[in-house]
Design a protein around this ligand. Structure first.
Ligand SMILES: [Fe+2]
Length: 377
């Protein structure tokens, strides 16, 4: 038998190395409840199966892997999903998947726990550096991220640039582009990249004292049905969490292009958001929902605490639109408390401490651009 020359051997090793699976984006944690979540990772390569280990795999895992699911999204592209259950409150779980080491923390059961969550949609995306600085400044880890939709259409946003999604759970309020099959990622359906609660995309997250309802809105021009409104109200009635939030992609109060877009409803023209806020604000007031968050318009705008007509109401709800920073607004409505027309701010968060919640828009260096504080009555 002929011996392989050293050069051929080197080429052989190089080729084998080249076929090894490569991570396309960081593992993403979704579908979170108080004792369960899903980790998904997308890989280039030929490996049809992937292992998830607790830490480096040397210790027995204290969690239960309820299911693993690997699907071929396209030629040599696989998504691997791991459904993990039996998590213990507030415990930190180191893990390794596809050579990516990270750790997540399970939701606290303590209703007095401090909760810090980020939010944003469209053209926002916190950087690893920005989150690290924020955590150092507040001496508190980010608990979860509320994705206000349309991030999935933009590969660079969920791409290799951010690793924090490997440790910070993501709650998605799906956007119009996330629903649209024409917006695909390398010819695969974008939706497959994350594990959404199924079959409905309307779901609640409870994390210590915070309950957040994420809604897949009916679309640009459709009002909520009676059944949908009942389901939303029931979610707030059922929770024991004192702090209640609402998140969706579409507009309530915005002076951006979408906020002023009109559509036909019952033979009349109505601005997008007007009908929706008239439908939801009475529920929010009754249920003491303090903040409603949305994306869609690529700007930052915040109201005061208002009623569904936009009039000041100390017992009302504050609306924040955060879909990026855009240079043009179509004016400034009376209900507008703050609007940002230009800038570099990419981090918006809510910090809940006892009976007080603070909302802030900051720059990556921690400079506060906008702040609002509310106490629970
Ligand atoms: Fe949108």
């Amino acid at each position: 038998m002929r011996r392989l020359s050293p050069i051929l051997l080197l080429i052989f090793v190089w080729r084998v190395g080249a076929s090894t699976a490569e991570r396309q984006c960081p593992p993403i944690i979704t579908n979170v409840s108080h004792d369960a979540l899903t980790i998904s990772v997308v890989m280039d390569g030929e490996e049809k199966e992937m292992q998830l280990t607790y830490g480096d795999g040397k210790k027995a895992s204290p969690w239960k892997i309820e299911s693993t699911d690997s699907k071929e999204l396209g030629p040599k592209v696989f998504i691997h999903k791991f459904r993990i259950t039996d998590l213990k409150a507030s415990v930190e779980y180191p893990y390794n998947v596809a050579g990516f080491e990270s750790k997540f923390r399970a939701s606290p059961s303590d209703s007095a726990a401090e909760v810090l969550f980020l939010f944003g949609g469209d053209y926002t995306m916190p950087s690893d550096e920005g989150i690290k600085k924020l955590e150092e400044q507040l001496k508190k880890q980010v608990d979860f991220f509320v994705d206000l939709g349309d991030h999935l259409t933009n590969r660079r946003l969920w791409g290799k640039s951010v690793d924090w999604v490997g440790r910070v759970p993501v709650m998605l309020a799906r956007g119009n582009h996330d629903n649209d099959p024409k917006y695909t990622r390398d010819k695969e359906q974008i939706q497959k990249y994350l594990d959404f609660p199924d079959p409905s995309l309307d779901y609640s997250l409870e994390w210590g004292p915070v309950m957040l309802r994420a809604e897949d809105v009916p679309g640009y021009s459709k009002p909520y049905s009676k059944e949908e409104l009942q389901a939303i109200e029931k979610a707030y009635t059922d929770t024991k969490c004192p702090w209640k939030f609402y998140a969706c992609h579409h507009i309530f109060f915005s002076d951006g292009p979408h906020g002023h877009q009109e559509f036909e409803e019952g033979g009349k023209k109505i601005a997008e958001g007007v009908l929706r806020r008239q439908q939801l604000w009475p529920i929010f007031k009754k249920q003491n929902v303090k903040f409603a968050l949305n994306g869609h318009d690529h700007l930052y705008q915040r109201t005061s605490f208002i009623d569904g007509e936009g009039k000041l109401d100390p017992l009302g709800t504050m609306n924040v639109t955060f879909g990026g920073i855009q240079k043009t607004f179509n004016g400034k409505s009376e209900w507008s408390a703050f609007q940002l027309t230009n800038g570099t701010a990419q981090l918006a968060y809510v910090l809940v401490k006892g009976n007080e919640a603070t909302l802030r828009l900051i720059q990556n260096d921690g400079t506060v651009i906008d702040e609002a504080v509310v106490k629970l009555k």
